[in-house]
Structures are given as structure tokens and as C-alpha cells.
Design a protein around this ligand. Structure first.
Ligand code: ADP
Ligand code: ZN
Length: 435
């Protein structure tokens, strides 16, 4: 028996969804053209009038928006309604540069919380659950989004925010949390901390986790599922489109359903901007179909992924996106070779190491260097030099096979790499400092 938060829409036929999208886009383009001079100028420059957009097929005629537009228009330049109608502001984490801000009307907040509620129900949540929200509360969207979604489902909400790991564990155990919401790196840290305090995975009441806001691999999923004794579900979103909940995983745990009644997704070639056919890998672009205050049209996420419309056993009809393979600007080019941090994580976990690592890229004598610091668990730790050298050599070999270039591996003592409570900082690219 499958459960849905909004069954009519989540299982609607393709035709029904398209009809909804077509109706919304016509209104939305008009709304933006009339209220956002910044975007009106972009449309005028491209020679597109609101009347030219009669259905979602015509979205491809519209100009793109990118992070640089948001920075240029900061703070109010993309606001589409009177500030008096707004009830909330959030801001991006600033992972890749200056923060941008987003505005919400009450209807925008409702829509966003509905999306998060869909994610919670898809992860098996209902009124009887205790949802521990360990995403940060504040400007970051993670805490507020899942908190609102949890209320909508009627769960007992535990607004922990991130940090203070002792208290997280105390309340998780004492108050019988059943669903944990956090970044995957923080969830991994909580799993590790529980074990250190002598708890076994079956000692807690958790059944599911809803983890997102940063890239994580399938290997990381399995590792968290084991350490916490749960099923771990992915959730995706970005401040620019409202926050987490734009897409969420169902019981299949194979890709995330995009809430297509609210967000229209395209995959484009990041170099040419051309729309790619279904199943192609490219940059994900979103058009918000009914947001009022901050309705971005054709926003380029820089997240690289694939969309598929295969039938899903959960009964939902929304298109699915695969795990983002990292942002186009996360990709490291090292000695001319494209390297994604997620590839490094995959090798590490497959080789039996923990997800505590740091990647340092530098340029020495005009040549790029790649150093990977990998933390050992107490049980793996050895002070015999030859043992560690042999391990480093084996791991470097596995990396070379995956990446096409060989890194220098440094096995480091347990607990020597800082844990993250929010989004983990995995990469330090020192080349940028020299430029
Ligand atoms: P910032 O862009 O400053 O990090 P946000 O907090 O809005 O600000 O983060 C949104 C970004 O986080 C997305 O564009 C994406 O790169 C990443 N992200 C969010 N959820 C996931 C997820 N489930 N898997 C991989 N990456 C994710
Ligand atoms: Zn599904």
C-alpha cells in the first residue's frame, strides 16, 4: 500500500500534469514580465513577448537566469511582488560564492512546505512519527523547509537545528525520533557518534532519514543506512527555487521525483544552452510555475544530472532526476582530467574507509597536484609505517583506476578531520589563491 501526501496530483496522468503546467506557465510569464523589469529586459533583448509562451513547449524561447543574474539583481531586482506581500527571506549557503537572497509570500511558503510534506510521506512518514530536524535553522532553507513539511504531515516535530551532537543524541534516544532530517555528512557523523557512545543501530527508533543539500554517493547511503539502522532517502532543492523538496525520493530509492506541478525541469547542454532530449546528461534548469514573490524562469542550477520518465513502482508519475553528479563548478580539472569529488568518495567507501576525507588541489611548478587526506578508524589505525605505506599505495592505485590520474594519499589519525554539521567542505583548491 503506497501513501501520498497529495495523491491526486502525485499520481496524476502525464496529460493532467501537462494541462496544469500549460495553464500555469502562461500566467507566470505574464506575472514576471509585468513585475520584474530585470527579466522583462532580458525577454525584450531576446525578442520574446509573454504572448509567445502558450505552453511549456515554448519555455525554450525564454532567456536563462543564472547565479550571476541573482548577484547582479541583489537584493530586490528579481522580486515580483510588493515587499508588503512577502513574509519570509532565506539565503543560499554561499557554497560557491556571494550569497543570494530569496523572498516568499505566504502562498510560496505553503507550496514549499507541501513539497517537503510529500517527501516526508514518501519516506514513510505519517502523523505518528517524530521528526528530528537536524538541518540548520535560520537563513539556510533546510531547517525551515523540513520543519514546515513535518507540521503539514502532522508529525511531532523536534526542531533541533544542527550542532550540539550530545543533545541531538540525547533527544533522539529519549524522545524516540523516527525520522531524521539532516545533511548526509551530518547524518554520518551522528551515526559515528552513536556508535562511540556504545549504541548499536537497532537501539534507536529511527526508521528513515531524509538527507540532502549536498552531493552524496550510493556508497555513502549504504554506510549511513547501516550505522543508523534506517532507510536513507535523498531530497533535493535550492534556495533559488524555494529550498529542499523540489525533488524527493520514494520507496524505490532510485532517483528523485520532481514536483512537476510546481517546477518545470529541463536538461540543457551547459556549453550551448541547447535543450537536450530525455535521458541525456546535462545541466538542470528550473522554471517555477506558481511562485509569487521570487518566480525564477529558466534558472540554471549548474547541477549536472539526467531526467527519466520510466514508470515508478511507487505509483508517482512525476519525472525523476538522478542524484546530481556534482555541480558543473564542483568539477575539478586536474592536469587536464575532469575529476568529481563524488568519484573519490565512491572509491574510499568501496575500499573500506570512512566518509571523513578532504581533497586538496594545488599547483606546484606549473603542475597540478592532488592530495587526498583519508581518516582511519580507530580499529584501522596502525603505527607501523610499512603497513600504512602499503595501504596508501593500494588506495592510490584504486583512485588512479577511477579517476585516470594518481593522487597522493595521506592516511591520517582518527578524528583528525573536522566533522561537518551542515554542508561538508570536501575540497580545498589552493590554485585559486595563486590566481
Ligand atoms: P548554495 O548554492 O550556496 O549551496 P543552497 O543551500 O541553496 O545554496 O544549495 C543548493 C545546492 O545544493 C544545489 O544547487 C545542489 O548543488 C546542492 N544540493 C541540494 N540537494 C542536493 C542533493 N540531494 N544531492 C546533491 N546536491 C544537492
Ligand atoms: Zn517513485
Amino acid at each position: 500500500m503506497h501513501h501520498y501526501y497529495q495523491p491526486e496530483i502525485e499520481t496524476a496522468s502525464r496529460e493532467e500534469i501537462l494541462a496544469i503546467q500549460n495553464e500555469k506557465i502562461v500566467k507566470q510569464v505574464k506575472h514576471v514580465y509585468e513585475n520584474v523589469p530585470y527579466y522583462r529586459d532580458l525577454m525584450d533583448k531576446k525578442g520574446v513577448k509573454p504572448e509567445d509562451v502558450k505552453s511549456v513547449d515554448d519555455i525554450k524561447k525564454l532567456p536563462f537566469l543564472s547565479k550571476s543574474d541573482l548577484r547582479e539583481a541583489y537584493p530586490y531586482g528579481l522580486l515580483a511582488t510588493d515587499l508588503k506581500n512577502c513574509v519570509r527571506i532565506h539565503s543560499t549557503s554561499g557554497t560557491t560564492g556571494k550569497r543570494v537572497v530569496a523572498f516568499y509570500t505566504q502562498a510560496d511558503v505553503d507550496l514549499w512546505e507541501d513539497c517537503c510534506a510529500r517527501a516526508i510521506v514518501a519516506a514513510g512518514g505519517d502523523k505518528g512519527d517524530v521528526v528530528q530536524v537536524s538541518y540548520g535553522y535560520g537563513l539556510f532553507t533546510g531547517g525551515a523547509g523540513l520543519h514546515g513539511g513535518s507540521h503539514k504531515v502532522g508529525c511531532l516535530t523536534l526542531p533541533m537545528s544542527s550542532g550540539n551532537t550530545d543533545r541531538q543524541i540525547q533527544f533522539m534516544m529519549d524522545l524516540n525520533a523516527t525520522i531524521l532530517c539532516a545533511t548526509p555528512s551530518y547524518a554520518a557523523y551522528l551515526g559515528e557518534s552513536l556508535a562511540e557512545r556504545g549504541y548499536k543501530p537497532e537501539d534507536n527508533k529511527l526508521k528513515a532519514g531524509i538527507f540532502g543539500a549536498e552531493p552524496w554517493t550510493e556508497e555513502m547511503r549504504r554506510s549511513i543506512e547501516q550505522s543508523l539502522g534506517i532507510k536513507a532517502y535523498d531530497i533535493y532543492g535550492l534556495t533559488e527555487t524555494s529550498g529542499p523538496g523540489v525533488a524527493f525520493e520514494c520507496c524505490e530509492q532510485k532517483g528523485m521525483h520532481i514536483n512537476e506541478d510546481h517546477f518545470y525541469a529541463e536538461i540543457i547542454d551547459p556549453d550551448t544552452g541547447e535543450v537536450l532530449p530525455e535521458g541525456s546528461k546535462g545541466e538542470l534548469v528550473f522554471t517555477a510555475l506558481d511562485k509569487e514573490a521570487f518566480p525564477l524562469l529558466r534558472y540554471r542550477t549548474r547541477d549536472i544530472c539526467v531526467l527519466t520518465r520510466e514508470k515508478c513502482s511507487c505509483g508517482r508519475t512525476f519525472v525523476k532526476m538522478c542524484k546530481p553528479m556534482g555541480r558543473s563548478d564542483d568539477m575539478l580539472i586536474i592536469r587536464g582530467v575532469n575529476v568529481f569529488p563524488s568519484q573519490i568518495e565512491t572509491v574510499l567507501l568501496n575500499e573500506g574507509y570512512t566518509p571523513n576525507y578532504q581533497i586538496v588541489v594545488d599547483r606546484v611548478n606549473n603542475s597540478d597536484t592532488l592530495d587526498i587526506y583519508v581518516e582511519l578508524e580507530a580499529s584501522q589505525f596502525s603505527d607501523i609505517v610499512s603497513v600504512n605505506q602499503a595501504r596508501e599505495k593500494k588506495l592510490a592505485g584504486a583512485m588512479r583506476t577511477m579517476l585516470g590520474i594518481g593522487p597522493a594519499i595521506h592516511l591520517v589519525a582518527p578524528k583528525s578531520i573536522a566533522r561537518s554539521e551542515g554542508k561538508a567542505v570536501r575540497v580545498i583548491d589552493k590554485r585559486k589563491l595563486h590566481d
